[in-house]
Design a protein around this ligand. Structure first.
Ligand code: 5AD
Length: 348
């Protein structure tokens, strides 16, 4: 923590609406970002390898109940082509993300990781949902470097209300699973959505304390964006009985900035959800308010529109080349260089 910030300030900043004071927060976070992780912006090529999902999370557009959605699962060679594209674009990491899809067979994924590691110098990040410790162990043994699993909210009651368990099982415990992921030697990422209906400032304070307690290597934060094909079809209601956290760009940036102050060495992406809520400046606001990572989408054009976890996702109609150019333009405007190498979590 810096001299100008302590944990006791968290509730005050989360409730702050004064533009002059917020400028001070952006400056604090940006200064801390520069001091701890430098000016580089690490680029992670994102490939959404399957939109099949067996879960019915109440906020997510690719939940299993969305029968109108055409489902896809990419082939091994298609994914390898994306990995080569990432290398050609100069990225240091490939992130493979999917819904929770048991037909992404554990051994098939392991073989894919091994092929990517053999053919490219890329770090490999997985974001494949809640998988078993044995599967996570197998993937780590085959070369996976990092795993992303957002806990979404540390408020157990809210978590339970939006995450129905798998058949005949109890509600999952993502925080326990994150500790297992850490114990397997993965660089470990988590995060939350900002403005889930029912989310309070108090619970976001606890989320921020938990990021710190878990000593996360990566923290992803985006605004909640209501999807018409999910159970929750609107944003948090301001006149509800609780102090609802708004699902706004400003609130998302406050949480990103506070995350930088709570976890100064973490890799923090400027997320696509932030670029969706503000299509012109979302990405650059994230990068100047604490973030140091971008995840340009390399998913082939024929699939990217189908990975609709929320509506009108930024970049859903462009090509990998288009996403690449957009990110480079943003970095040039900010005078921030793309990172070289895998961009591991820094430890100072
Ligand atoms: N709005 C914003 N973010 C969402 N995610 C899923 N659905 C939505 C939505 N409707 C986020 C979750 C998940 C990540 C991959 O995408 O935080 O962990």
């Amino acid at each position: 923590m810096t001299d100008d910030f302590t944990q006791a300030d968290l509730p005050g900043w989360l409730r702050c609406n004064d533009p002059n004071k917020l400028e001070k927060l952006w400056e604090l976070a940006d200064r801390e970002r520069e001091r701890r992780v430098g000016n580089w912006v690490h680029l992670r090529g994102l490939v959404e390898i399957s939109n099949h999902c067996i879960r019915s999370c109440h906020y997510c557009g690719i939940n299993t109940a969305n029968s109108a959605l055409k489902r896809y699962r990419m082939q091994h060679d298609e994914i390898l082509a994306c990995a080569r594209q990432a290398v050609d674009f100069g990225y240091g990491t490939l992130v493979m993300q999917a819904g929770e899809d048991p037909d992404l067979d554990a051994q098939w994924v392991a073989d894919l990781i091994r092929a990517i590691k053999r053919l490219t110098p890329l770090a490999v990040t997985l974001s494949l949902g809640e998988r078993t410790p044995a599967e996570l162990k197998l993937w780590r043994a085959n070369g996976a470097d990092r795993y992303l699993l957002r806990f979404e909210t540390s408020d157990r009651e809210l978590y339970t209300s939006i995450h129905p368990p798998r058949n005949n099982q109890t509600v999952s415990d993502r925080i326990a699973l994150l500790r297992i992921i850490q114990s397997l030697g993965y660089e470990t990422g988590s995060g939350i959505m900002v403005g889930i209906p029912g989310q309070t400032c108090q619970s976001v304070v606890r989320d921020l304390l938990l990021f710190h307690e878990l000593d996360l290597d990566m923290v992803g934060i985006g605004p909640y964006l209501a999807h018409p094909a999910s159970r929750i079809t609107r944003n948090g209601c301001p006149d509800a009985d609780i102090e609802q956290v708004p699902a706004t760009e400003q609130m998302t940036c406050i949480v990103i900035a506070l995350t930088r102050l709570m976890c100064p060495e973490a890799n923090i992406p400027s997320t696509s959800a932030l670029a969706t809520i503000n299509s012109t400046q979302g990405h650059s606001h994230g990068l100047t308010r604490g973030a140091n990572v971008c995840m340009p989408c390399l998913t082939p054009v024929q699939y990217r529109g189908l990975y609709e976890i929320y509506p009108d996702k930024a970049g859903s109609k462009t090509t990998p080349g288009g996403s690449h150019r957009t990110v480079l333009e943003t970095l040039a405007t900010l005078n921030r260089p793309p990172g070289l190498g895998p961009g591991n979590r820094s430890r100072t």
